[in-house]
Design a protein around this ligand. Structure first.
Ligand code: AMP
Ligand code: ZN
Length: 469
C-alpha cells in the first residue's frame, strides 16, 4: 500500500515495522459539540484505511482517542477548554456533555458504516499515562514550569517544524495573536503539557492531582501517551485532518521523540477539508450539517459516504445539497443494478480472466494512495460489462464492498427509495400549504399515499416515508 507521507512529501509504501501488523493511530474527535459532515469525511477516510490494509493482506490495529478534556478553544494554549465552554452553553456537566457527544459521534459513524476502531481511548481515562510521559520530559529537561502551567520547550527539540516543513524562526511569524499569553512562557510556540488549576483555570471542573499541583493535561500529550500505550514508541501510520499538521501533530512529534529518543511515526497521512458552499462550515454561517440534516433531506447516510468516496482525500471537497442529491440518486441506481443481478450459481465458480482484471484494477487503485474515484469507476464499468456473468459481478461487488463499505448487496428497506415524482408531489404540497390552498394540499397528500408513501409535517419541515414502514 502506497500512501502520501506528509513527513517526506512523497508517496511511500507503508510497511509494518514489526513485519506483521500495521500500527495505526487516528486523532479522534473533541466531544463538545455535534459531529458534522466534515468530520464524517475525515473519519470515512480513516475507515477506508482500516479496511484497505486487511483487504491487501495486511492486518491492522486501529487506535483512536476521544478528547474529553484539555482542548482549548483556539487549538493553542489560550482561550478556554472546549468542554467547559460547551457545558456552559448547553447547561450540562462536562461529563454529561462528553457522554452525549461521544454517543452522537459513534451513532454517526455507525450510520455511515465506519467500523469501530480496535481501541477507543478517552483522554480522561489516561491521565496517569500522561503524567508519566510529562515526568520523563521534565527529567530530560524538555519541559519547564511556570506559575500557571508546564510547557514543552520547543527550542530544545531540534526537529521542531519537520512535519509542516516550517523552521521555528518562520513559525514565529505564523503564530496567532493569542487571547491570553502566560508572561512566563519562553517561546510563543511552546505548548502546555499540564495546566494548573490556578488563575483563569481556578474553577476548572475537570482536574486531577499531579506532581505540579491540581490541574488538567494540555491537548497534545494525550495522543502521544495513548499511541505509545497501545501501539509502541514508533508506529507505522498516524492520521488526522490537515489542520493538525502545523500545531497538534508537530507537538505530538516533539514530545514523543524528546521522551523516547526514537522516531514517533513513520508515515503521516492528512485528510483535506470539506467545505460547504465554498465556505468553512460553522454554526454562525448556518451551513453546519449533521447526519440528521442529511437524512431530513432524504439522503441516505451511505449515499453521503458514496459522495465522499468520489473525491480523493487530498482534495478539498465542496459540499452542496445538489451534489448530495445527485449522489443519492446514483447510489440508489447502483444498488438497484446490483440487487437486480440474478443469483444463479454456475458450476464453474472460477473468475474469468476479464473478471480478474477488474479485481486487479480495483486493488491497484486502492494500493495507489487510495484512488477511490478510480475504484468506483471500475465498479461501474464492471457492472455494465456483458462479458462478465452475474455470478462474477456479485462476487466482485462483495469483494470491493469490503473496502467501500456501501452495503451494496444488503437488501433492506432503510435505503431512501423515494421516487422523484413523490418528492415533487411533496414539494407541491408544501407550496400549496404555504399559499393556504388546503384542499389542494390534501389532494396532493392523497396522491402521495396512492403511490405507497406517507408525508408527515415536523418542526423542521416534511418527512416522506414508505407507507409500509
Ligand atoms: P475535532 O473534533 O475538531 O478535533 O476534529 C476531529 C477531526 O475531524 C480532525 O482530524 C479534524 O481535522 C477533522 N475535521 C474537522 N473539520 C473538518 C472538515 N470541515 N472537513 C474535514 N475534516 C474535518
Ligand atoms: Zn491527536
Amino acid at each position: 500500500m502506497y500512501l502520501y507521507n506528509t513527513l517526506s512529501g512523497k508517496k511511500e509504501e507503508v510497511v509494518p515495522i514489526n513485519g506483521k501488523t500495521i500500527s495505526f493511530y487516528a486523532c479522534g474527535p473533541t466531544v463538545y459539540d455535534f459531529t458534522h459532515i466534515g468530520h464524517i469525511r475525515s473519519y470515512i477516510y480513516n475507515d477506508i484505511i482500516r479496511r484497505s490494509f486487511p483487504y491487501l493482506g495486511m492486518p491492522i490495529k486501529h487506535v483512536m482517542n476521544v478528547t474529553d478534556v484539555g482542548h482549548l478553544s483556539d487549538d493553542a494554549d489560550s482561550g478556554e477548554d472546549k468542554m467547559e465552554k460547551g457545558a456552559r452553553k448547553y447547561g450540562k456537566t462536562v461529563w454529561d456533555l462528553a457522554r452525549f457527544y461521544t454517543d452522537f459521534f459513534f451513532s454517526t459513524m455507525d450510520q455511515v458504516n465506519n467500523l469501530r476502531p480496535d481501541v477507543v481511548a478517552k483522554a480522561t481515562e489516561h491521565i496517569p499515562e500522561m503524567i508519566d510521559l510529562i515526568t520523563i520530559l521534565v527529567e530530560k529537561k524538555f519541559a519547564y514550569e511556570t506559575e500557571e502551567a508546564l510547557y514543552f520547550d520547543v527550542q530544545k527539540f531540534a526537529g521542531y517544524g519537520k512535519l509542516s516543513h516550517q523552521p521555528l524562526g518562520e513559525k514565529l511569524k505564523g503564530v496567532r495573536e493569542e487571547v491570553y499569553v502566560d508572561p512566563q512562557k519562553k517561546h510563543p510556540a511552546d505548548f502546555a503539557l499540564w495546566f494548573k488549576r490556578v488563575g483563569r483555570f481556578k474553577d476548572h471542573t475537570m482536574y486531577w492531582q499531579s506532581p505540579w499541583g491540581d490541574g488538567f493535561p494540555g491537548w497534545h500529550i494525550e495522543c502521544s501517551a495513548m499511541s505509545m500505550k497501545y501501539l509502541g514508541k514508533t508506529i507505522d501510520l498516524h492520521s488526522g485532518g490537515i489542520d493538525h499538521i502545523p500545531v497538534h501533530h508537530e507537538n505530538e512529534i516533539a514530545q514523543s521523540e524528546a521522551a523516547n529518543g526514537v522516531p514517533f511515526v513513520k508515515h503521516w497521512t492528512h485528510f483535506y477539508f470539506l467545505q460547504v458552499d465554498g465556505k468553512k462550515m460553522s454554526k454562525s454561517l448556518g451551513n453546519f450539517y449533521t447526519i440528521d440534516d442529511v437524512k431530513k433531506h432524504n439522503i441516505h447516510p451511505l449515499a453521503l459516504r458514496f459522495l465522499f468516496l468520489q473525491a480523493h482525500y487530498r482534495q478539498l471537497l465542496n459540499f452542496t445539497w445538489q451534489a448530495a442529491e445527485g449522489a443519492n440518486e446514483a447510489y440508489l441506481k447502483l444498488k438497484k443494478l446490483v440487487l437486480g443481478l440474478d443469483t444463479i450459481v454456475p458450476k464453474n465458480k472460477d473468475l474469468s480472466v476479464q473478471a480478474q482484471a477488474y479485481k486487479k484494477t480495483f486493488k491497484d487503485a486502492i494500493a495507489d494512495d487510495l484512488q477511490l474515484p478510480i475504484a468506483i469507476a471500475t465498479l461501474w464499468t464492471m457492472l455494465k460489462d456483458n462479458q462478465i456473468n452475474n455470478f462474477e459481478k456479485r462476487t466482485l461487488v462483495a469483494d470491493f464492498d469490503q473496502v467501500l463499505g456501501l452495503d451494496l448487496l444488503k437488501e433492506n428497506n432503510t435505503v431512501n427509495t423515494i421516487p422523484k415524482e413523490v418528492q415533487e408531489l411533496a414539494e407541491q404540497r408544501k407550496q400549496a400549504k404555504q399559499e393556504k390552498q388546503y384542499a389542494k394540499a390534501d389532494d396532493l397528500r392523497k396522491r402521495i399515499e396512492e403511490k405507497g408513501y406517507k408525508v408527515e409535517d415536523t418542526k423542521e419541515g416534511y418527512v416522506i416515508q414508505p407507507a409500509t414502514l
